[in-house]
Ligand binder design. Structure first.
Ligand code: PMP
Length: 404
């Protein structure tokens, strides 16, 4: 039995009123909410052992270092990486992607090809375009279909010895599609290409096993996983991380510095210049503990039921169209009301205390594909309820009547 009423008690923010109504928070794909178990860890850090890590001999510094390194190990275990030093602490998915994109300039030649899927977040498009500008590599696109699923055949046909890198999100933030990354990784490897998987949207719903997937890189953001903003992790295979040059120079990432020559620290510190978000990293570990105590499979099962219910109810509304209907997708519903701008729907929902996202969701190519300016996106989490779905549906119906 999934006791959502009990779970909701862990999230103080869910008790708040917005515009005179109890908050219905359905913007989880943008940022998830934070349970008190994680908030307590943040307060405890600043109340008891706030100190810089890795270089202090004093007790506070050692306590902070231990807690931070334990968090790294929690991330390693959660994603089943072979080694803790394959987990690079970052400020989020965007940072992880840029770290890899920047390092790959060293390996690419004019005319090399890199592939990216048609349903990427801008953070998994722009860094690769910048990489192409720097190196003369060519960006190729794995297309998608009307259902919001990738079409792999052009990719299969296009693979060659020029293919060096492939990037794809595990789950689309705009549509919720779970992409066939196992196949994509196997195909890419057969051509000798490395693969980066953007796991930002998958991680809240799917416990990825990076070794079983054989991903070369996998990126995540803590704030989609009940953790704080501005923290994330990049998993990279040891061999790749050893080959990649450092992304930033500074303290913490060196072995020895002289004005003649600097040598770099071993993994993972080579990629961790400067003082990191220590508290955020520790809280990220606590967020994974929290999710694992509930169980990722139970979370996914409950969210799946909520998605089915919400989909059936929303489709009863006249003129409502859902974009992206891939089977088994994560709990994201992107929709529009015929003849009504998504922003107007979102504004009315906000007046009713319902938080959804409107716009292109940082995935403009998807909107161009469907020839729409954007969508209303309701994204659910395990702390949402059927009653909240009912409030959403009533709110959308009200918006339809007011705006038609
Ligand atoms: N990729 C995807 C699929 C995302 O949904 C997001 C966040 N919306 C990002 C990357 C970027 O994550 P962050 O802003 O935490 O770096």
């Amino acid at each position: 039995m999934f006791d959502v009423a009990e779970i909701r008690k862990d999230f103080p923010i869910l008790a708040r009123m917005v515009n005179g109504y109890p908050l219905v928070y359905l913007d989880n794909a943008a940022t998830s909410q934070t349970p008190r178990q994680v908030i307590d860890v943040i307060v405890d850090y600043y109340s008891r052992y706030n100190a810089n890590i890795h270089r202090g001999v004093h007790t506070l510094s050692q306590e902070a270092t231990d807690a931070y390194e334990q968090a790294r190990t929690k991330i390693q275990k959660h994603f089943n990486a072979a080694h803790a030093h394959e987990i690079i602490m970052t400020s989020g998915t965007t940072h992880g992607i840029n770290l890899v994109a920047s390092g790959f300039s060293t390996f690419l030649d004019n005319g090399d090809e890199i592939w990216v899927s048609a349903m990427e977040h801008h953070s998994n498009i722009v860094p690769w375009q910048m990489l192409c500008e720097r190196t003369g590599a060519i960006l190729r696109i794995i297309p998608m279909d009307e259902n919001g699923e990738l079409v792999l055949q052009p990719f299969r046909d296009g693979l060659s010895e020029r293919t060096k890198l492939v990037f794809c999100n595990h789950v689309s933030n705009a549509l919720g599609t779970i992409n066939p990354i196992e196949e994509l990784i196997a195909l890419s490897h057969s051509a000798g290409a490395a693969v980066l998987i953007d796991g930002a949207q998958a991680a809240p719903h799917i416990k990825a096993d990076v070794q079983a997937l054989d991903a070369d890189f996998y990126t995540i953001s803590a704030h989609k996983l009940c953790g704080p903003t501005g923290v994330g992790a990049l998993y990279g295979k040891e061999a790749w991380l050893n080959r990649l040059p450092p992304y930033q120079g500074g303290g913490e990432m060196i072995a020895e510095v002289t004005f003649e020559k600097t040598t770099y620290a071993a993994l993972p510190h080579k990629f961790e210049a400067g003082t990191p978000d220590i508290c955020g990293g520790i809280a990220f570990g606590a967020a994974l503990d929290y999710l694992n105590a509930i169980g990722m499979e139970r979370i996914a099962a409950y969210e799946g039921e909520l998605l089915d219910y919400a989909t059936a109810e929303l489709l009863q509304i006249d003129g409502l169209k859902i974009f992206g209907q891939a089977p088994g997708k994560t709990p994201v519903i992107s929709f529009n009301l015929e003849g009504i701008h998504p922003y107007d729907v979102g504004a009315i929902l906000d007046k009713l205390g319902i938080a959804v996202r409107t716009g292109h969701h940082c995935a403009q190519p998807i909107m161009d594909f469907y020839r729409i300016p954007g969508t209303v996106r309701a994204s659910f989490s395990f702390y949402n309820t059927r009653e909240e779905v009912d409030r959403l549906v009533a709110g959308v119906e009200k918006a339809r009547q007011m705006l038609s």
